[in-house]
Design a protein around this ligand. Sequence first.
Ligand SMILES: *Cc1c(COP(=O)(O)O)cnc(C)c1O
Length: 503
Amino acid sequence: MPSSLPDPRGGATCELSLDPEDWDRFRNVAHAMLDEMIEYQRTAGARPAWRPVPGEVRARLDEPLPLEGQPLEDVCAQFVRDVLPYPTGNIHPRFWGWVLGNGTPVGMLAEMLAAGMNANVMGFDQSAVHVERRVVRWFTELMGFPESASGILVSGGTMANLVGLAAARSAGAGFDVCGDGLQGGGARLLVYGSVETHTWVLRACEVLGLGRSAYRPVPVGPDYRILTERLAAMVHSDREAGHRPICVVGNAGTVNTGATDDLQALAAFCRAEALWFHVDGAFGALAALSPHLRAQVAGLEEADSLAFDLHKWGGVPYEAGCALLRDREAHRAPFAAPAGATYLTSPGRGVQPGRMEFGELGVQLSRGFRALKVWMSLKAQGVRAWSRSIEQNVEQAEYLASLVDAHPHLELLAPVPLNVVCFRYAPPGVEGPALDELNREVLLRIQESGLAVPSSTILQGRFALRVAITNHRSRRDDFALLAGAVVREGDALTAAADGALSP
Ligand SMILES: *Cc1c(COP(=O)(O)O)cnc(C)c1O
């Protein structure tokens, strides 16, 4: 070695790293776990859709802090015994609760590759930045945004929506809200959207300092779509009262029923009123990938900002969402690194030849390589397969709705424009709270049996079984199984109640 400096303290003898001591042994464990997980994915439908975490497993997971390491073989064995068998169930073909995605084996593989690279994608001259830029560009194209648009991958819909609203706030405040915040008083900044908008909007208003009461919920019609004329009236009267409306949120697929607002009308209204138009397309925006469904969400391409998830209808494993913004400068405004961050200033070439591109487009500075799983999934599966899978889910929702319609004791509780079906078991003579209670029990029995996982919601005061289909593993027959189980459990409960009542 040429001219190394002498070590005044003498050479250190046993320095430690966290790498395996025995790489061959590690390789064996890792290969076995890869096989385990491939098999787990392959047999996703062979286990119950859900099962509770048993008491003895909970007890075993309630462990003291491990001060010393134990063999990786033992840790993996515990994972296989105590962790792996008790998931939420969302990789199962009959999981339709809330809005959860399945993930895919390709996505799983990509997660391992990304973790192996351990890229920090805040910026830097590294391949991962190019992969994320490309992914954002692909979605710009798919969603019909202009090529000059900006975008970033984030943890999910909530964060993507927050990014959009943050940009709306700084663009619409009328003063330097990024510099001065909201402490200076002045007109109240207000945000509008339908009563069916997901509660991310309240959280975002709170986090952005606007306060939850800055959100003005606008009524919907019987189709659960925003009443645009009511919106206009509210905006105008708020202006007259001296407030400052800044943003309208449109829904492409509401969480409750899959309704899509008239996005074209909202876009025109926002243009006329100089308001920021944000669209929450958490799952619904992905309908734009299908030539047959695109018309359903027409108008989202006119948004100033659009948020959607990739871990729901995109089938990418958690976590992955995307925010697209029409104007790059408006996107960067709330997140740009202050000049004082000298440690982030580019020296002009080398590892950091320019600004921290993605680190200045969202809340996170350090951020992982979630673009890889999206990039690999799209490349390996192709947009056409995503589109077909989305269409398939919509056809399955129509099929389930037809089964509900055809059965005298089943009742649809909302229109089914997309992939969400809300219905209930409604035998003659049971009404009101008793009917709600009956359906709650039907839901819980089906979940607890492990057959399927629907969830629930309340629509116009009525308890609804809710089936949200963002599941590439579901097959038509799975929905017949569900409808059959609802009738069976409902009949059994009603018969038991009748039995209890008769002398
Ligand atoms: C799921 C969902 C969200 C929130 O997205 P996360 O990925 O859970 O943060 C927002 N809006 C709608 C319509 C959703 O379905």
